[in-house]
Design a protein around this ligand. Structure first.
Ligand SMILES: Cc1ncc(COP(=O)(O)O)c(C=O)c1O
Length: 416
C-alpha cells in the first residue's frame, strides 16, 4: 500500500456495528473517532443500510445535469435548516466542497486572495490545500497565489500573554491588509479547528470575524465538515454564535460515513454565480444515491434529537475526562463542545520527563490494545491532542467503557 499519512493502525476490521469495529477474531474496538470523524450514527445504522440498498437498486447515479427527487429533497431539507442559504449543491468530499466554495467566492467578489487559520485543515485538493496550514504545505510546489494565514486564538496556549483574542484578530487583519493586493475574496474557517487540536473559537469571535470580512468585501466560508449535523450540541456550530456565513460547507457528518458534501449559499450569491456562469461540473455532483443517504441522516439526527444528545452525553464524557485530568498531571487541558472533545497532553514534570508526544503515543497505543480507538493530532507547540468524537448515537455505558479503557491505558503508561 502507498502510504498517505504516516503508518497504518495495527488492527484490521472486518465488520462494524454501532460504536464498535470488529476484527476477524471477533476482537472489538470502541470507535471514539467515528471512523474519520464522520460516522455520527455509528457504523452500519440499519436505516442507512436500508436506504443504500434501496437507492443502489433503484436510482444510483445520473448524468450530471439531471436532477432527481432525493437531491431536491435534501437541498430543501438543508435549506429549511438555514433559510438564509437556500441554494445548495451536493458533492462528494470535504476538500471538493471547499474547492467549490472558494471558487464561488472568487467568482462573486472578483478577488482571489483567501485567508484561513494557521492551524486549519480544509482538504487535499488545490484550493482547499492552499487554505490548509496544519500540514502538507512542503514539497508540492506553489500554493495558490494570495493565500494568507492568521493565527487561531488558543486559550490554553496563548501566543502572547495578556493579549485578548480581539486584539490578536485586529493585529492579524492589519497584517492581512498589509499583504493584500486589494483582492481579498474570502476567509475560510472551521468553527472548532479539529485537526488543529480542537481549538474552539471563543464566543463572539465568529461575529468579529464576519465583521472583518464585511469591512473588506470578503465572503465568510464556514467549513462545518466535522461540526455540522449536531456534533457540537447544536445542528451547526455557528448557531451558538448567531452567525450565518455567506457559504456553509458540510461534508463528513452529512453522509455519516458515506461520501457526501454540500455547499450552501444565499440567493444573492447564487444569482451572481448564474450571471457569471459558475462552473463546477463533476461526475458525482448531485448524485441521487448519496443524497438519499444524506436525507436519511438528516431525518435521523432531527427525529432522534441527536444534537441535544451530543450535548448531554458530551457533558458526561467531559466530566470523565476532567476526572482523568485530575489524576494525571500530564493532561494539560480538556476542551471542546458536545461530542467533539480534545485532551491535550503536556510534558511530564520531574525525573522521568517524558515528552507530551511520547506520552500521547503510548496512551493511544495502549488504549488500542485494550479496545479503544482514539486519535492524536500534533498541533503547533503542543505535543499531542487526543481528539475524542464518538458517534452521536453512543450509549452512556459506551462512554463509561471508553473512559475506563482510557483511564486504564493512562494508568499503565503512568506506571511504565
Ligand atoms: C474541517 C475539515 N474540512 C475539510 C476536510 C477535508 O475533507 P475530505 O477529506 O473529505 O476531503 C477535513 C478532513 O479532515 C476537515 O477536517
Amino acid at each position: 500500500m502507498l502510504k498517505y499519512g504516516g503508518s497504518f493502525v495495527p488492527f484490521v476490521p472486518v465488520r462494524a456495528e454501532g460504536s464498535f469495529v470488529y476484527d476477524a477474531d471477533g476482537r472489538r474496538v470502541l470507535d471514539f473517532t467515528s471512523g474519520q470523524m464522520s460516522a455520527i450514527l455509528g457504523h452500519c445504522h440499519p436505516e442507512v443500510v436500508a436506504t443504500v440498498r434501496d437507492a443502489a437498486g433503484r436510482l444510483d447515479h445520473l448524468f450530471s445535469s439531471m436532477l432527481s427527487e432525493p437531491v431536491v429533497d435534501l437541498a430543501e431539507a438543508l435549506a429549511a435548516l438555514v433559510p438564509a442559504l437556500p441554494r445548495v449543491m451536493l458533492l462528494s468530499t470535504g476538500g471538493e466542497a471547499n474547492e467549490a466554495a472558494i471558487k464561488i467566492a472568487k467568482l462573486v467578489t472578483g478577488g482571489w486572495e483567501i485567508v484561513g487559520f494557521a492551524q486549519s485543515w480544509h482538504g487535499m485538493t488545490g484550493g482547499a490545500a492552499s487554505a490548509t496550514y496544519k500540514a502538507g504545505r512542503r514539497g508540492y510546489g506553489p500554493a495558490a497565489v494570495g493565500s494568507f494565514a492568521i493565527p487561531a486564538p488558543n486559550a490554553f496556549r496563548p501566543r502572547f500573554a495578556g493579549v485578548s483574542w480581539q486584539e490578536e484578530l485586529d493585529d492579524a487583519f492589519a497584517l492581512v491588509d498589509r499583504q493584500s493586493t486589494g483582492n481579498l475574496a474570502a476567509f475560510i474557517a472551521e468553527p472548532v479547528l479539529s485537526s488543529g487540536g480542537i481549538i474552539e473559537l471563543p464566543q463572539g469571535y465568529l461575529q468579529a470575524l464576519q465583521r472583518k470580512c464585511a469591512e473588506r468585501g470578503m465572503l465568510l466560508i464556514l467549513d462545518e465538515a466535522q461540526t455540522g449535523l449536531g456534533r457540537t450540541g447544536t445542528m451547526f456550530a455557528c448557531e451558538r454564535d448567531g452567525v450565518v456565513p455567506d457559504i456553509l460547507v458540510l461534508s463528513k457528518t452529512l453522509g455519516a460515513g458515506l461520501p457526501l458534501s454540500a455547499v450552501m449559499t444565499s440567493e444573492a450569491i447564487s444569482d451572481v454565480c448564474d450571471e457569471r456562469g459558475f462552473l463546477f461540473y463533476t461526475t458525482h455532483v448531485n448524485d441521487p444515491l448519496p443524497a438519499a443517504v444524506g436525507l436519511k441522516v438528516l431525518e435521523i439526527v432531527q427525529r432522534d434529537r441527536l444534537a441535544a444528545r451530543a450535548a448531554a452525553v458530551g457533558a458526561r464524557l467531559k466530566t470523565g475526562l476532567r476526572a482523568l485530568q485530575a489524576e494525571f498531571a500530564w493532561i494539560g487541558d480538556v476542551r471542546g463542545r458536545g461530542l467533539l472533545l480534545g485532551l491535550e497532553f503536556v510534558d511530564e514534570a520531574g525525573g522521568r520527563g517524558r515528552s507530551a508526544a511520547e506520552l500521547s503515543d503510548a496512551v493511544t497505543d495502549r488504549a488500542l490494545d485494550l479496545g479503544l480507538s482514539a486519535n492524536i493530532v500534533r498541533a503547533g507547540a503542543s505535543g499531542g491532542v487526543m481528539r475524542i468524537a464518538p458517534p452521536l448515537t453512543v450509549r452512556d455505558e459506551e462512554i463509561d467503557l471508553g473512559l475506563e479503557l482510557l483511564g486504564d491505558a493512562m494508568r499503565t503508561v503512568a506506571g511504565a
